[in-house]
Design a protein around this ligand. Sequence first.
Ligand code: SIN
Length: 541
Amino acid sequence: MTAWEAEADLVVVGSGVAGLTAALDAAEAGLRVVVVTKDAADAGSTRWAQGGVAVVVGDVPGDSVEAHVADTLAAGGGLSDAGAVAEIIAEGPAAVARLRARGADFDPGPGGRLARTREGGHSAFRVVHAGGDATGAEIERALVTATTDRRLPLLTGHVAVDALRDERGAVSGLAVLDDAGRPGVLRAPAVLLATGGYGQLYASTTNPETATGDGIALALRAGATAADLEFVQFHPTVLYTEDLLAGSSNRRAPAVGRRPLVTEAVRGEGAVLLDRAGRRFMTAVHPLADLAPRDVVAAAITRTLADTGADCVHLDARGIEGFPQRFPTVYAACRAAGIDPVREPIPVTPAAHYACGGVVTDRHGRTGVPGLYAAGEVARTGLHGANRLASNSLLEGLVVGARVAHAVAADRCVPRPATAEVLAPSPAVALAPRPVVQRAMTGAAGIGRDAAGLAAASDVVEAHTALGVPVDRAGVEDAALTLLAQAVLAAAGTRTETRGCHVRTDFPERDDVWQRQSLVVALDPDGRPVVRDETAAVGAA
Ligand code: SIN
């Protein structure tokens, strides 16, 4: 039974950079907007972003929008949509200007310009940052403040369960559960999913606890498609520490859960990776050495760990002057773990970081379901391809968030037939225990996958899956993680090549057969994700 109902023109699910940008712009365009988020307003991934926003504003000699586009396409491994890349990057400067006008304070550099740093795969110093390495936190602060200043309704502690649709299949609202499991309904002709990624599929991730793939699962159940799900980007450098094993006074194991990021900007400003013998190993791997694209560095670290039997490699940042001031977040995390990066190399290892794929959208955030939109990490616009270029994600959230607001306003003018009946997907969904899912994905679907391991992981998830009706946030999240595990395993098993973040040990080379082929996932009539024999609408305007 529904405890309450409310009405809006646009319901935004998620309060990170994409969601709040869209909400603010839509409100400015005169729409009645409600923002719904399952946790606190700032509990999503945005606030944890460190490096910055990649953007070309024309004040760095030798850099250009074309160079940024070229770097993005090179990182994307042949799977990016060149049109989407060009459009989104070209709109970056205006999007950052609007964010600054909303109160975000970026670090100043010499001569009245913004300070710049560099990250992996970038051919120039073009990443603007805030608070040293606290860029996401500053953006989140500014956008949450702007949202509350504007008195936009912000419904925290409410998890989105399913989109409601009319007889035609168009969105007519959103079903939610509050923290006590009480159901509510927001009636609206437009729902924007801005729910972030699915890093919590893995035991160790840079993502917060909220990153459970809810938006992709909801979109698939509503009839939308997803693509590029096999491209899970592992960040090369998270702080490596050990936790005491429960019930033991001296046995330790690598710490799991959300792990502190050591931003790539640390390498951008001169730090280098060392193996257990203290040797640099990236110089032999790629011309950009420690600043190679992220997939290359993460895979090289993984190989080095396997070759040497070590649990971590080390990042030597001792040459960076003023490290504590330039990287206060990293410094604090290191100090909390008993490491002094000013005096000793930082132990690091890769961890799940970013979903390059997601719900298939056009360049304005429209999914294939009328009235359902997606923006930010949950979406697959074609910008990232097989491997996202560092710091392109906050940029994408800003640009596509704004574009969605325009799209929703424009789409309102399209008349819809009056309809009485409201449909929601079947409430019974596949549910597997989260620790089982995380163990299976960590063991078989990290950096280095093969057919046997992927099939075995699918079998394990399957064997532990039962149908159930989620009655609270944990249940909704577990259902999303179960569905995402099935979908990622299916896509990763289908792509018989190595490309970008998808590294197959049984198919170690790139195969041109797969060039420009994005694998599309949809649900079959039984609600199971299947890889469709088609490619995503690459190039859709
Ligand atoms: C980092 O600061 O290294 C992460 C930035 C990103 O993932 O774009």
